[in-house]
Design a protein around this ligand. Structure first.
Ligand SMILES: [Mg+2]
Length: 181
């Protein structure tokens, strides 16, 4: 990296605040027109998309490279930049999450179980479905942000509880609720 100021924030690893600079990334010089918060995973590659004279730089987040802490930081930064934290109450976020889950369901409404598998693989529909799953995750992550919940710890605790409710010897190959096993 060369040709500009660079500050590392106190946030998650991979988060940077950069000013209006020319930023050289792997030999490419990128002209930035506005202050942005960039978050990118360790080892991740930055993409840039030209839009008229402006250049938007997006982080190439992937599941294998992105930590939950990085996702939480990314979502929080987005809300803070827009002064939206005032609206992000547990009530609103839980309701928004449910609304987005309904939008996800809408793609499969009236489809047979077999057709739902095809829909999820359809190139065009898959892009829309990815948007809805992203919305669901974003609201879940922001809910954890505003309530101070640790997602990984909560998932671990729930999986342990689920393992007790659904022991392999009873639940394997069955879709019944634990009360009916
Ligand atoms: Mg949506």
């Amino acid at each position: 990296m060369a040709g500009g100021l660079r500050k590392r924030s106190a946030g998650a690893a991979g988060e940077m605040l950069i000013g209006p600079v020319h930023w050289n990334d792997r030999g490419k010089c990128i002209k930035q027109t506005a202050r942005q918060v960039l978050i990118f995973p360790r080892g991740g590659r930055l993409r840039h998309i030209s839009n008229d004279a402006k250049v938007t730089i997006m982080a190439a987040l992937t599941d294998s490279l992105t930590t939950l802490a990085e996702l939480k930081s990314r979502v929080l930064a987005f809300a803070r930049e827009r002064d939206w934290e005032q609206f992000h109450t547990p009530k609103n976020l839980s309701m928004a999450l449910a609304a987005e889950a309904a939008e996800l369901m809408e793609h499969f409404l009236w489809a047979t179980p077999e057709a739902s598998r095809s829909i999820a693989q359809d190139k065009v529909k898959r892009a829309k479905i990815a948007e809805e799953i992203a919305d669901v995750v974003i609201y879940a992550v922001e809910f954890a942000n505003v309530t101070g919940l640790d997602i990984a710890a909560a998932v671990e605790a729930k999986m342990a509880a689920n393992a007790k409710k659904y022991p392999v010897e009873k639940a394997r190959g069955r879709a019944d609720k634990y009360t009916d096993l």
